[in-house]
Design a protein around this ligand. Structure first.
Ligand code: SAH
Length: 456
């Protein structure tokens, strides 16, 4: 046996799982050496086979469960194992929420070195299924027509799928009908290997409150054969369709969208509401995929901002202005900053759509625009950040520390970078008052947090 690594490849060992990884695998420790085993749950005892041994950690396969977790359940989806889109269906929803709370607590203490921070139980969904408002389905071919569904885990093999139980039912219906219609007109699916064929992906977006549907057909070729007939059939067969778009992606790439989007029929946007606010959503805009929980998240952010109507607020990483417009209802003025110019166009349009005239938006990197504002003598009473997974840029954190807004509300989709950034803000004079995790992605390992910080 290797001196530092206590297990050997192909060895069978008995373990007890202590934890879950970010992708939902069980973690067992053998003399401190972590072994990651898919399908293992914390508290379970099992026989595993060691299949890969790296320097600092290894991988195993579950062979036999001796003791089952009380939270283990039969996955509700029949294609759960092949698909990989969800990682926690073998854990009850109660178990998922507890695991996510622990993930947040662990990150705060281990990475952020934050002791005694108030972490609330995760706000979960009443019914944690059928929540996604957006589907992006790769299209392939089989004898007899088009198929569409998902890539089998770790392959580029497309598996046909009739339903995805975390999608809105409407999205399943639309994908099915579009597949049938395109098959009927002999549309060829894109063939990745030979870089031939037409239809690559079908994207569907559904406005939960308005019932409006947007369909985007993404093709390799500039033209979509039989497009007029296809559009006619889609409009007659699917209720609620408001927009049919065509996006062209001629590149050899895994990226779904190309740069060019044309409207084939109807409008260039669909509308939806979060709370009282109406949003126009275009084919390429970022829009949260779980509208029911988005409302919960934004209401928490608003509660933590605790506005009286007198405040100047900065919303960094504002996207299409969703949080900004929520805050504008209660603030004196909101300034949103976002790097994607099209998103800022949408944000301005959304402000006008709701008659909100105390919100301004600027295109640029938060870590450049906000320091510039500060150097010009501007400041904010409350600052909200909602960065991508990599967290906030150091220059932005330093500007917050210098600017000294009374309150900071940090919305995060990654507990690790959140904890890292909270440590910087704590050292710079802020106190982390409370952390509210929100489950935006039931059945997956992701967890979103809203954090309230105040200036000490
Ligand atoms: N608050 C929005 C969007 C959050 S997603 C909502 O809830 O809908 C994070 C956003 O940050 C994305 O829109 C992304 O384009 C933007 N972004 C990424 N890096 C950025 C940067 N350096 N400066 C400003 N915005 C950035």
């Amino acid at each position: 046996m290797n001196k530092t690594i206590p297990v050997n490849k192909n060895e069978y060992i008995d373990v007890e799982f202590e934890d879950l990884t970010h992708d939902g695998a069980g973690v067992a420790k053998i003399d401190g050496y972590p072994l990651f085993v898919p399908n293992g749950l914390p508290g379970e005892k099992a026989k595993v086979k060691v299949i890969k041994v790296n320097k600092g950690y290894g991988f195993g396969r579950l062979i036999e469960l001796y003791e089952e977790s009380p939270y283990r359940v039969e996955p509700a989806c029949t294609i759960y194992k092949e698909c990989g889109g969800c990682q926690l269906q073998h854990l009850s929803y109660e178990g998922q929420l507890l695991a996510k709370e622990k993930q947040v607590r662990d990150a705060l203490t281990r990475i952020g070195k934050l002791q005694n921070v108030k972490v609330h139980p995760v706000l979960g969904m009443q019914d944690p299924w059928r929540y996604r408002n957006k589907a992006q389905v790769p299209i392939g071919e089989q004898e007899g027509g088009l198929i569409g569904g998902f890539y089998q885990q770790r392959t580029h093999q497309i598996i046909d799928m009739k339903e995805c139980i975390i999608q809105q039912e409407k999205n399943d219906e639309v994908v099915q009908v579009v597949k049938e219609i395109c098959s009927h007109y002999g549309v060829r699916a894109y063939d990745e290997g030979r870089h031939k064929g037409d239809l690559r992906h079908v994207m569907v977006r559904y406005g939960l409150i308005t019932g409006e549907v947007m369909i985007v057909l993404i093709t390799r070729t500039n033209d979509l054969p039989h497009k007029n007939k296809i559009v006619e059939d889609i409009v007659s067969r699917i209720q609620g369709v408001k927009s049919i778009c065509h996006n062209i992606n001629s590149k050899k790439t895994n990226v779904i969208f190309g740069d060019q989007t044309k409207v084939l029929w109807g409008e260039d946007v669909i509308y939806d509401y979060i709370g009282e606010i109406k949003f126009a959503i275009s084919a390429r805009s970022f829009y949260q995929v779980n509208p029911e929980q988005t409302k919960v998240l934004y209401e928490k952010a608003l509660e933590f901002a605790d506005l009286s109507g007198e405040e100047n607020v900065i919303d960094a990483y504002c996207g299409i202005g969703t949080i900004s417009l929520f805050l504008a209802q209660k603030a004196k003025k909101v300034f949103g900053v976002e790097i994607v110019p099209e998103a800022i166009e949408d944000a301005k349009r959304n402000a006008a759509l709701n008659g909100i005239n105390n919100a301004e938006f600027a295109v640029g990197e938060a870590e450049i625009v906000i320091p510039k504002w500060y150097n010009e003598g501007n400041s904010a009473d409350v600052l909200v950040v909602d960065p991508p997974r990599k967290g906030c840029d150091e220059a932005l954190l330093q500007t917050i520390i210098d600017m000294k807004p009374k309150k900071v509300v940090y919305v995060s989709c990654n507990p690790g970078t959140l904890a890292r950034d909270l440590r910087v803000l704590e050292d710079g004079g802020y106190r982390t008052v409370e952390v509210q995790p929100v489950d935006m992605f039931p059945q997956s390992t992701h967890v979103e947090c809203v954090v309230k910080l105040i200036l000490k």
